[in-house]
Design a protein around this ligand. Structure first.
Ligand SMILES: NC(=O)c1ccc[n+]([C@@H]2O[C@H](COP(=O)([O-])OP(=O)(O)OC[C@H]3O[C@@H](n4cnc5c(N)ncnc54)[C@H](O)[C@@H]3O)[C@@H](O)[C@H]2O)c1
Length: 384
């Protein structure tokens, strides 16, 4: 018998996680407090599975099997028999702590309690449980059934047994797992910050317009430019992540949010979902064309990529994750064309360092300080 999985919250993430677990043959018990969301989740799953049948990815028997394995329950008390429960409710520490404290009293001693939080500390969520060794972060990416990466985050309190069991289970769902220290943004939401932040800064300085900055990155293999991606994610969500990471890093200037993005959010220009963001998505509307100035595009790319590389190197220096996991996370979590450490080798560490030092001296801003590890390795002519 496969483990019984519990999922709390049937919004975008909870529904996706339930679908994955059921697809891999687990009975899944879902608790969602809003009945309208329950109905929406069932309808969405029906649509998704029908599409998979059309594409001959699953049979109608498999569809029935998946649907029959997902059971909506009326309260947390019905989750007593679960071996792993993944919480995917609202991103609020007090609400999450209450759910964890309730679950801790209901489930068996062996049950793992996981949170899909994007920004809260696993240590603080775990502190709501008398057994905090069983609490761990299991961070899926949206849409969960399609995105291959899952960040696994043990806290200072998490036992090795919890970590090993959680990793083994998620690996068995054909996901690529990486292990990350319990720090703000984990890997992806931390290392990716300059992709947005530095692009906006370049725009604010008037160095180039938005389509040109996007094209500069796409020329080098990124599927979407920073502004296209922000419009896709939603400027409200992207701004909130940036602001949270900034605050959680004790206001490190490297992560400082921008007024440009804040104003986009405040004006309701949220991106694709509102029909307007950095670009206009209304039917028939034309967006400006990028410049063909290769030198300009090269300099934009260089400034953004060295900031991204610096972030990845600093995460490695601070033991946030292993070298391999850092490389995998950016390729599988946000579709980067290469790992950033590998990219550093290709550009040359000394050149990356020189670029950062020039920015730091030009602007006199701590935002551009090079990682100590980059300095050391460049000094010693080393590569990753
Ligand atoms: N959306 C993303 O891109 C994304 C990606 C990774 C992680 N996350 C994280 O996943 C979590 C959920 O995000 P989402 O986008 O699915 O949110 P969502 O708003 O779509 O869904 C959350 C659901 O939880 C329900 N809920 C709230 N409190 C509850 C409670 N006490 N008991 C039962 N149900 C409750 C709400 O009714 C809602 O349906 C958040 O912690 C978020 O940070 C989101």
């Amino acid at each position: 018998m496969k483990e019984i999985i519990g999922v709390i919250g049937a919004g975008a993430m909870g529904s996706g996680i339930a679908q994955i677990a059921a697809t891999h043959g687990h009975e899944v018990l879902v608790y969602e407090r809003n009945n309208e969301v329950v109905e929406k989740s069932k309808m969405n799953l029906e649509k998704i599975l029908n599409r998979l049948i059309e594409k001959t990815r699953i049979t109608s028997e498999q569809k029935n099997q998946i649907q029959s394995l997902i059971k909506f329950v009326n309260g947390l008390s019905e989750m007593a028999g679960c071996e792993l429960i993944i919480e995917a409710i609202v991103e609020n520490i007090d609400v999450k702590k209450k759910v964890f404290s309730d679950l801790d009293k209901i489930v068996e001693a062996e049950c793992i309690l996981a949170s899909n939080t994007s920004s809260l500390s696993i240590a603080s969520i775990g502190s709501a449980c008398s057994n905090d060794q069983r609490v761990i972060g299991i961070h899926f990416f949206n849409p969960a059934p399609l995105m291959p990466l899952v960040e696994i985050i043990p806290s200072v309190a998490t036992s090795n047994e919890t970590l090993n069991r959680a990793k083994k289970l998620i690996d068995s769902w054909n996901k690529k797992t990486v292990i990350v220290k319990d720090t703000p943004g984990f890997i992806v939401n931390r290392v990716a910050r300059p992709f947005y932040g530095e692009a906006i800064r370049i725009y604010e300085e008037g160095i180039a317009d938005i389509p040109t900055i996007d094209q500069a990155m796409k020329d080098k293999g990124f599927r979407m430019g920073p502004f296209e991606l922000m419009d896709y994610i939603g400027n409200d969500i992207n701004y909130t992540v940036t602001e949270t990471v900034f605050k959680e890093f004790f206001y490190d200037p490297r992560y400082k949010p921008s007024f440009t993005q804040k104003r986009m959010m405040e004006s309701g220009r949220l991106g694709r979902k509102t029909g307007r963001g950095y670009y206009n998505y209304a039917e028939g509307s034309e967006n400006p064309k990028p410049s063909e100035d290769q030198k300009l595009k090269e300099s934009i790319f260089f400034r953004i990529i060295i900031m991204l590389i610096n972030e990845a190197i600093d995460a490695l220096y601070l033991n946030i994750a292993s070298k391999d996991d850092l490389e995998i996370a950016m390729q599988k979590g946000v579709n980067y064309p290469k790992g950033l450490l590998n990219w550093a080798n290709e550009i040359g560490l000394q050149k990356v360092l020189d670029g950062l030092n020039k920015l730091k001296s030009d602007y006199s801003e701590d935002r551009y300080r090079p990682s100590f590890l980059l300095k050391k390795m460049a000094e010693n002519n080393q590569a990753f």
